[in-house]
Design a binder for this molecule. Structure first.
Ligand code: ZN
Length: 215
C-alpha cells in the first residue's frame, strides 16, 4: 500500500469504532520503514506499552499478560508460558503501540475534518459549546430519542458533532436550531433553560473546587 493510501485508511479507521490505537502485530505487516515515516510526519505518536498482547506462541490469538523484567545488563526481557509452545520469550517490540494523530491527518490532507464542509469536528475534551448526546436529548423533554439523533449526525447533516469511540457530543446551538426548525412541540424553551441554569451551577461548583485545590 502506498503511503498516502495507507495514511488515509488509518485516519478513517481512527474515526471509526475500531479506534485510534495501532498495535505491533499490525505494524509488522506494514512495508519496511513505514512506521518510522508516520512517526516522523507526526501521524503516529507512541503510547505507553500494552500490558496485554496476543500470544505469539500459538495460533489461538489468545490475550496474555506476559511477565516483564529488566535484565542485569539493562535489556528488557519478557516471557510467557504458552499452553501449546511451553515457555516462550516475547520480543519487546510486541508490547509497543501507537496512537493515530487525527489533527495531523487533517492538517496533511489525509482526512477531511473541519473546514472541509463536514459537520464532524475534531474531538476536544473541553468544549463548553458541545454537550453529550444523552444530555442533548433531555433538552427535548424526551421527545427526541437517541437513535433518531444518531441518524442525523453525519458529515452532511444539520448539526455539528464530535465523535470519539462510543462517545459523541453535539453543538448545542446547532442542536437547538434544528429542534426549533422541526416545529411542533419538539422544542421546549423551558427544558433548555432548565439545563443551562443547572449547567451554570455545575460549572461554578467545578471552578470553586478547582480554586480550593489550587490553594
Ligand atoms: Zn499461546
Amino acid at each position: 500500500m502506498k503511503l498516502e493510501e495507507h495514511a488515509k485508511s488509518l485516519a478513517k479507521r481512527a474515526k471509526s469504532r475500531v479506534g485510534d490505537t495501532v498495535v505491533a502485530y499490525e505494524v509488522m505487516k506494514w512495508p519496511e520503514g513505514r512506521l518510522q515515516q508516520f512517526i516522523e510526519m507526526g501521524l503516529l505518536r507512541p503510547l505507553s506499552d500494552a500490558d496485554e498482547i496476543r500470544c505469539p506462541g500459538c495460533t489461538d490469538s489468545c490475550l496474555i499478560v506476559p511477565i516483564r523484567t529488566i535484565l542485569p545488563n539493562g535489556e528488557p526481557y519478557s516471557e510467557h508460558l504458552c499452553g501449546k509452545e511451553g515457555l516462550i520469550e516475547i520480543p519487546d517490540f510486541l508490547f509497543k503501540c501507537w496512537q493515530i494523530v487525527i489533527d495531523k491527518m487533517i492538517e496533511l490532507g489525509y482526512y477531511q475534518g473541519p473546514g472541509g464542509g463536514s459537520k464532524e469536528q475534531v474531538w476536544l475534551d473541553d468544549t463548553p459549546e458541545y454537550i453529550p448526546n444523552s444530555e442533548a436529548i433531555k433538552l427535548t423533554d424526551g421527545k427526541l430519542l437517541l437513535p433518531r439523533l444518531s441518524k442525523i449526525l453525519k458529515p452532511d447533516g444539520p448539526i455539528r458533532y464530535m465523535r470519539r469511540g462510543h462517545r459523541c457530543k453535539v453543538h448545542i446551538g446547532d442542536f437547538r436550531g434544528h429542534i426549533k426548525s422541526l416545529g411542533g412541540d419538539m422544542f421546549s424553551e423551558e427544558a433548555f433553560e432548565k439545563h443551562f441554569s443547572q449547567a451554570e451551577v455545575i460549572k461554578e461548583a467545578i471552578q470553586q473546587s478547582g480554586e480550593r485545590k489550587g490553594r
